[in-house]
Each structure stands twice: as structure tokens, then as C-alpha cells.
Design a protein around this ligand. Structure first.
Ligand code: GDP
Ligand code: MG
Length: 390
């Protein structure tokens, strides 16, 4: 029988972000290593994180690698994105629901384009707390470390974070992974900063259950399993749920709840879980749908939203958008094309405007829901749903 997950500490979702090759995956592996030595983790080596093994074994697209670990006071699920495109697509669209992030910046390179873009997008989708890992500190002198620290504090302040207050910890993922005592201690100091600086968020456990579907797998002999992070409410074995979105509405019963391979009595907002759904075929469910308490949420095609169009300097468009614009809307874990109507007929990069959107297919929507707008593989805007119709 499977082990049960015993909830003894608050659970938080965090992740690494930052420019390619600044050491996110190395640091993720190092964190699991230093904590494994204290009994708070299983060591996950670099190539296991970076290869996203599920992708190979199950033939499905997984573009987020999750690792799990515990400090003295918290239980964490930590996501490491294989690449920049995955970062934008998964994390920024809210799939990872980060309570906080570790911004990894190489002391040898300083702030690079993806460093800035990740910070900007993290702010826009509501990642409230960032801790900085000033990585490759083994290879940088004190002057360089100081310079890059100033640079990253400025970047954070410019994006609405408290750049002066944010903890900046010099680390060396590589040397901690090698077992070097000084750099292992620094990796632990980084985790102390995460424990102290990133607060346990308010969880909406009283609300009706809702979980956006991140992935769908088949477990031979048991049925269809959906995975994701619980957005709100609680779920337990035997609960009736609806799967909805993209012209699908089906009812099912949850017949198993697991987290990181262990069974759970009940899962709650913030938990990363796998739900076994009775009588559901693999082909009936997909990423972008939600699993929710029956009757608690409806799908809509039309909505109004307040949208910030990224300026060209923020990675957005150079040219205005006009009524009839048809970008891709990233809502929770899914994306769907939408037709835009603008009150004045056009809007410029850098503007914040209210717009009406009609989606190509109906998805679960409600006022307050955040989303990203992308075209041609880049993020051009971020917005919030104001009202829903029909
Ligand atoms: P990612 O793209 O941000 O996930 O970066 P990786 O973890 O794949 O690391 C990119 C490269 O930087 C690899 O060659 C690592 O060995 C190297 N690297 C990572 N961390 C450190 C470090 O702390 N010090 C040094 N000197 N090199 C590092
Ligand atoms: Mg990586």
C-alpha cells in the first residue's frame, strides 16, 4: 500500500525563475541535496529534474518539473522550468500558482533579458514575494557580487517589489551539489530566507473546490488521473465533481487523492495533487479544463477585462492593437483564441485599457481571474476579468 501524506507543516508552492543557464536546475538539485542530508528531502539529481522523466515514460507533455522538500517549518513543492518558453507559458499563466519565487541570477552575468521578463511577468500575475539567489558566487569576486546585487535590487524595485528589503543570498548551486561545506551552508541560508521572507498565503479552503487541470495521465488498471494545484476549497475521496471547459461538461466522483505519490485524506487550496476520476476516459479531459465542486462555476465565452499592454521595452508589441485583434488568451492552465473589441477602436503598447473579449470556446471564468495574452510565441499583455456574460 502507498504511504499516506501527513500534513504537519504549512505547504507552499515556490519555483525558480531567471535567465537560461544562470543555474536554476543546478540550484534546485542542490537544495534537495542539502535538505536530504537533514532528512527533509529526497535528493533529486540534476538530470532527473532537467529531463522531466514523465515526458519520456508516459509520452505526455510535461513542461514543469516538480520537486518536493521540507524545511524545519514548511513543506514545499518547487517547480523548475526547463526553458524560457515553458516559464512564460506555464508559470506566468498561473499554472504553477506560486506563493513565492527564487530568482536565480548568475553573479558572472548580472541581469539578462529573461531575468527582467520573468520579474515583470511574475509581478503581473501576482507572485507577491521573491528571494534572490545570487548564483555562481564561487566564481565571482566581492566587487562583482556587490554590483550584481545592486543591479537586481534596482530591477526588483522598478517592477514594484521591495528591492531594498528582498533577501539576496550568494550561493553556488554547483559547489553545494559537490558537497562543499561553505556553499552547502549558503544553500541552507537561502532556504532560511525563503522560510522567513515568503509568508504562508491565505488559502481559500472554505470556497467550493476548484482545480485547473495541468496534466492528464492514465494509470493502467485504475483509470484516468488529472494533476494540478488546488486553487481553492478542499476535495476528498468520494466527492462529486464536474470537469468543464472547451465544450465539455461531465460529472465524476473522485476515487483517489494523492500528492507526490502518497495518498491524502483530503487536499486543500495550495496542494499539488493527482485526482483519480471514476468513469472518465483519458480523451475526455485535457489541460485547461477545471475540476470543480458540482454547480460551483460556469463556462463563458464573452467577458470584459482590464488589460495592460506591455510596452515594447517590456517585451510587448511595437504597434497598436485594434478592434478585431485575435490573440491567444491564457486562462488558468489553458489557452484559447479570443476576439477583441476596444472602446476607442485601438490601444497602444504601454496602455491599460478595458476591452470586450469573445473566446473561441467557452471556459470557466469569473471576475477577478487573471490572464496573459500572447501572440506569435510572446507575451504582449496581462489582464484581469471584470465581468462575464453569457
Ligand atoms: P538553468 O538553465 O538556469 O537551469 O541552468 P543550469 O542549472 O542548467 O546551469 C547552467 C550552467 O551553469 C551549467 O553548466 C552549470 O554547471 C553551471 N552552474 C550552475 N550553477 C553554478 C554555480 O553555482 N557555479 C558555477 N561556477 N557554475 C554553475
Ligand atoms: Mg534548467
Amino acid at each position: 500500500a502507498k504511504q499516506a501524506y501527513v500534513r504537519t507543516k504549512p505547504h507552499l508552492n515556490i519555483g525558480t525563475m531567471g535567465h537560461v543557464d544562470h543555474g536554476k536546475t543546478t540550484l534546485t538539485a542542490a537544495i534537495t541535496k542539502v535538505l536530504a542530508e537533514r532528512g527533509g528531502s529526497a535528493f533529486t539529481p540534476f538530470d532527473k529534474i532537467d529531463r522531466a522523466p514523465e515526458e519520456i515514460e508516459r509520452g505526455i507533455t510535461i513542461n514543469i518539473a516538480h520537486v518536493e522538500y521540507e524545511t524545519a517549518t514548511r513543506h514545499y513543492a518547487h517547480v523548475d522550468m526547463p526553458g524560457h518558453a515553458d516559464f512564460v507559458k506555464n508559470m506566468i499563466t498561473g499554472a504553477a500558482q506560486l506563493d513565492g519565487a527564487i530568482l536565480v541570477i548568475s553573479a558572472l552575468d548580472g541581469v539578462m533579458p529573461q531575468t527582467s521578463e520573468h520579474v515583470l511577468l511574475a509581478k503581473q500575475i501576482g507572485v507577491r514575494h521573491i528571494v534572490v539567489a545570487l548564483n555562481k558566487a564561487d566564481a565571482a569576486d566581492a566587487e562583482l557580487l556587490e554590483l550584481v546585487e545592486l543591479e537586481v535590487r534596482d530591477l526588483l524595485s522598478a517592477n514594484g517589489y521591495d528591492g531594498a528589503e528582498v533577501p539576496v543570498i550568494p550561493v553556488s548551486g554547483l559547489r553545494a551539489l559537490d558537497g562543499d561545506p561553505h556553499w552547502s551552508a549558503q544553500a541552507l541560508a537561502l532556504l532560511d530566507a525563503v522560510d522567513e521572507y515568503i509568508p504562508v498565503p491565505v488559502r481559500y479552503t472554505d470556497a467550493p473546490f476548484l482545480m485547473p487541470v495541468e496534466n492528464v495521465l492514465t494509470i493502467t488498471g485504475r483509470g484516468t488521473v488529472v494533476t494540478g494545484a488546488v486553487e481553492r476549497g478542499m476535495v476528498r475521496m468520494g466527492d462529486k465533481v464536474t470537469v468543464l471547459g472547451f465544450d465539455t461538461t461531465l460529472e465524476s466522483v473522485v476515487t483517489g487523492v494523492e500528492t507526490f505519490g502518497r495518498t491524502m485524506e483530503s487536499a486543500e487550496a495550495g496542494d499539488n495533487v493527482a485526482l483519480l476520476l471514476r468513469g472518465v476516459q483519458r480523451g475526455q479531459v485535457r489541460r485547461g479544463q477545471v475540476v470543480a465542486a458540482v454547480g460551483s462555476i460556469a463556462v463563458h465565452r464573452a467577458f470584459t477585462a482590464r488589460v495592460h499592454l506591455l510596452s515594447h521595452a517590456q517585451g510587448g508589441r511595437r504597434t497598436p492593437i485594434t478592434t478585431g485583434y485575435r490573440p491567444q488568451f491564457y486562462l488558468r492552465t489553458g489557452d484559447v483564441v479570443g476576439d477583441v473589441v476596444l472602446p476607442e477602436g485601438r490601444a497602444m503598447p504601454g496602455d491599460t485599457v478595458d476591452m470586450t473579449v469573445t473566446l473561441g470556446s467557452p471556459v470557466p471564468l469569473e471576475p477577478g481571474l487573471g490572464f496573459a495574452v500572447r501572440e506569435g510565441g510572446r507575451t504582449v499583455a496581462a489582464g484581469t476579468v471584470l465581468t462575464v456574460d453569457d
